[in-house]
Write a protein that binds this ligand. Structure first.
Ligand SMILES: Cc1ncc(COP(=O)(O)O)c(C=O)c1O
Length: 393
């Protein structure tokens, strides 16, 4: 039977496939970015109470009012930008839906969307589904393991042209852990203004930051408030990736289009979990400090274990992944090495090629997720120590 042209242009998610392989081989899952520990008690209770209070029917399609108000209040408190919850927020089924709804609402087939590469694998299929042509700008790994990933400003400029409609910016960045600096955001702003381009930001790791790095929302940079769609979700900040509640913040004109697409895609996110989301967003500032501290401990633990095991492991400034260079192991490519790791060593990872347009670009990279209990990481580390060195194989 025939399937659509669009569906033939991308493969199943490699990240989700690696999770299935982890289950099949009884491996420790450091592939997919979901925590294996509990969400905060207060928000679990809020979800139970919402069901008990009969919040079980469709919420307003663009989001329950109390959640939209909580999103606006948090954005005002953290980013110092006042947004109107009545006309500038669309609550979606995770940031995943917010991103595709935004692209479908704002980009026409044939227009170009700029994406930094390596990229979170959904952006490729998102572009195909919305008919946009992705244009990639390379992020280069640092020479030193503790350095920063960087891009060539001239290459970024060269990616902008009359067909460019939007740039997707994910900061803190998955998979590299790069936190874009103010100078980099200023450059992106200058180009967006010069070429009249929209920015769509994915800020779901905004609270997972290390070593004093600062998250700056692009919408707060002069001239970007009107041309930025800011996407976020409950998934990572509150350890509830299965709740599927996210949102897009944009000017009223852009929001009106996003809301229409969202309505016909999914109608709305789960009503009781939206109610609990309002409780999550009201958690005190100390919650985020603790969250970042816990992740920092995990980052440091896995980083040194990976280096000891022979990986070149790049230190992330944010998010909860470590991108590694696997050249020292002399495997044919990332997929062969990831298969070896999941089957023979018992640790599931994500092959680097799934973050690049051309598999060859990520053929010597592997990503590890450390959003896990210390005990889980200890198991993984014990197993990683069993990787024989190149000479022993
Ligand atoms: C950069 C990035 N964006 C979006 C998502 C998906 O987020 P959500 O659960 O809000 O759909 C992920 C999940 O790993 C991610 O890493």
């Amino acid at each position: 039977m025939r399937v659509s042209q669009k569906a033939t242009q991308f493969t199943e998610s490699v990240i989700r496939e690696m999770t299935r392989q982890a289950v099949q081989h009884n491996a420790v899952n450091l592939a997919q970015g979901f925590p294996d520990f509990s969400a905060p008690e207060a928000i679990k209770l809020a979800a139970q109470q919402a069901v008990g209070a009969n919040i079980n029917q469709y919420a307003i399609t663009w989001g329950a009012q109390n959640l939209r108000r909580a999103i606006a209040a948090k954005f005002a408190a953290w980013q110092k930008i006042e947004i109107d919850p009545e006309s500038e927020i669309t609550v979606c089924c995770g940031s995943t839906e917010a991103m595709i709804a935004t692209l479908l609402a704002l980009v026409d087939p044939g227009e170009e969307v700029i994406v930094f590469e390596p990229f979170y694998e959904n952006y490729g299929p998102d572009a195909i589904l919305s008919g946009a042509t992705p244009r990639y700008v390379t992020l280069y790994p640092p020479a030193e393991e503790n350095g920063e990933w960087s891009f060539d400003p001239a290459a970024l400029r060269a990616a902008f042209n009359s067909k460019t409609r939007a740039i997707i910016l994910n900061t803190p960045h998955n998979p590299t852990g790069k936190v874009f600096t103010r100078a980099e955001l200023d450059l992106i702003r200058d180009l967006c203004v010069e070429f009249d381009v929209l920015a769509i930001t994915d800020e779901i790791y905004e609270h997972i930051l290390y070593d004093g790095s600062e998250h700056i929302s692009l919408a707060t940079i002069d001239g970007m408030r009107e041309r930025t769609v800011t996407i976020n979700s409950l998934s990572k900040s509150y350890s509830v990736t299965g709740w599927r509640v996210g949102w897009a913040i944009a000017s009223p004109a852009l929001t009106a289009a996003i809301r229409k697409v969202h309505d016909f895609l999914t109608v709305g996110a789960a009503a009781p979990l939206q109610a609990a989301g309002a409780a999550a967003l009201a958690l005190p500032g100390s919650y985020y400090v603790e969250l970042a501290e816990k992740y920092c401990e995990r980052r440091d633990l896995l980083l040194s274990a990976l280096r000891q095991a022979g990986f070149k492991a790049f230190k992330p400034g944010g998010a909860y992944y470590i991108m590694t260079d696997i050249s020292a192991f002399a495997f044919e490519n990332d997929r062969a090495f990831a298969t070896y790791l999941v089957k023979e060593i018992g640790v599931a990872t994500v092959p680097g090629s799934s973050f690049y347009r051309l598999p060859a670009s990520g053929a010597q990279q592997i990503r590890f997720a450390f959003c896990k209990q210390l005990q889980t990481l200890d198991h993984a580390i014990e197993r990683l120590q069993r990787i024989p060195s190149r000479q022993q194989r």
